[in-house]
Ligand binder design. Structure first.
Ligand code: 5AD
Ligand code: SF4
Length: 436
């Protein structure tokens, strides 16, 4: 399975692996030997789409070498393109949307039985009951950190965003189901759980009588053996006081929060339909820092939203100086078919977007580096996930503030909370040595 895009997609890919494993499928490292290749796609911006088509192009030769190979494309881009996907890449056998991940083994079997392409992108079709996927150590799935989906879809319709169209409206899972999945993942060795949803803050509102997200967090945090709890993604307009308070009350709730800001200009936020102002965002940050002074913030930002002026962009730069995010994911605005802003006037030129993005990223890189450098000489707790990809003699893990730390150690450290003294800081990671 090749996975593009967000953590939702990563969780969906894990789910597909689990569902397929339950029918006897195993993971192959060599695509030339695989009987099934799945590509889980993203359509949030134009760039990830281009990557998908170039990967699909490269996969064609495996299909030509072994016509019995089944190639399937899932995820948001498959949902958006449907049948057109088959027209653009005729070596595909299966196209399915994010709501179909639990049906993947059935769809693959249908392709194999009838030897003809299958397209399954019906959003209205209710997903099968979302019971926990079969568990156990599976290839390619980190046992130490596990993601548990609490809700699917999004009902916000921000002006630029395709997600509500491809993932459908918000649907929460019942709390008891979420909690039993958390328990099962912890029993199987997970020490860190990430609760996932497009906007977890409104968890439960679509289900009569359901508990709210702050209480779901409290219950999840009480699962014995769980050391670390995180959640993603939050929407600034829905950060309730109860939820903020949990950062001061729940011992195992990590002091880190991803809170997409999108822009530092109230005017642009309004055009985006975000439902908060620049001041509103800053006051959420301030309140959380008051409750939990060591909290690390990350965010997403878009440059060049239609109508964004130099002053609006200056407001975004000013906001990142004020907040001093630990990390920021920033993107050029990208027109998506069918979204409101696709029809807006005053599109910002590619050149201007490029210039603004370069400035924003350079500034943020410096802020991130400074924040990381402040940790040099200090000791931090690192939950060890496994060998580092680049340097197999090193282990890699994260601090509670979600910073990647690499340090010299052997495999026995996996799954431990290591005390590490930080020696060097870079923009994307830290290096250290075990402290005794
Ligand atoms: N253009 C650029 N960035 C976008 N995002 C979502 N839609 C678009 C778009 N049309 C960004 C937002 C969001 C992140 C996941 O992707 O910043 O938070
Ligand atoms: Fe897209 Fe807005 Fe929903 Fe996030 S909250 S997924 S940006 S529509």
């Amino acid at each position: 399975i090749h996975t593009f895009g967000c953590q939702m997609n990563e969780a969906d890919s894990e789910r597909m692996l689990a569902r397929l494993a339950a029918r006897g499928w195993g993971v192959s490292r060599d695509p030339a030997e695989a009987d099934l290749i799945l590509v889980n796609t993203c359509t949030i911006r134009a760039k990830p789409e281009q990557k998908v088509f170039s990967l699909l192009g490269r996969l064609a030769r495996y299909k030509h070498a072994r016509p019995e190979l089944v190639i399937g494309v899932g995820g948001c881009m498959a949902q958006q393109c449907g049948q057109d996907m088959l027209d653009r890449a005729d070596h595909l056998d299966l196209v399915f949307g994010p709501s179909q991940v639990d049906r993947v083994p059935d769809l693959v079997e249908e392709v194999m039985r009838h030897r003809r392409p299958v397209v399954s992108v019906d959003l209205d079709q209710p997903p099968p009951r979302d019971e926990a996927p079969p568990l156990g150590p599976r290839d390619g799935v980190s046992p130490v950190r596990a993601m548990v989906t609490v809700m699917r879809g999004c009902s916000n319709f921000c002006a630029y965003c395709v997600v509500p169209f491809v993932r459908g409206p918000e649907v929460s899972r019942p709390a008891d189901e979420v909690l039993s999945e958390v328990e099962a993942r912890v029993a199987a060795g997970a020490r860190e759980i990430i609760l996932l949803g497009q906007n977890v803050n409104t968890y439960g509102r679509d289900r009569a009588g359901e508990i709210e997200f702050a209480d779901l967090l409290t219950k999840a945090g009480r699962v014995p053996g769980l050391w670390r709890l995180r959640f993603v993604t939050s929407h600034p307009k829905d950060m309730s006081p109860e939820l903020m308070d949990r950062f001061g009350r729940l011992d195992n709730l990590c002091p880190s929060l991803h809170l997409p800001v999108q822009s530092g200009s109230t005017r642009v936020l309004e055009a985006m339909g975000r439902g908060y102002t620049r001041e509103g965002y800053l006051s959420v940050i301030e309140r959380l820092r008051h409750i939990r002074p060591d909290i690390a913030f990350s965010a997403d930002a878009i440059v060049g939203f239609p109508g964004e002026t130099e002053q609006d962009f200056a407001d975004t730069l000013d906001l990142i100086e004020r907040v001093r995010f630990d990390s920021l994911y920033s993107f050029k605005y990208s027109d998506r078919p069918g979204v409101r802003s696709a029809g807006f006037a005053n599109k910002v030129s590619e050149e201007t977007m490029g210039r603004r993005l370069t400035i924003l990223q350079a500034r943020q890189r410096q802020i991130t580096l400074n924040r990381n450098q402040a940790l040099v000489g200090r000791t931090v707790e690192v939950l060890v996930e496994g060998p580092s990809k680049r340097q197999p003699t090193e282990m890699t893990g994260r601090t509670s503030t979600n910073k990647v730390v690499n340090f010299e150690a052997d495999l026995e450290w996996i799954g431990r909370l290591a005390t590490v003294r930080i020696e060097e800081a870079y923009a994307n990671s830290l290096r250290g040595a075990p402290a005794t």
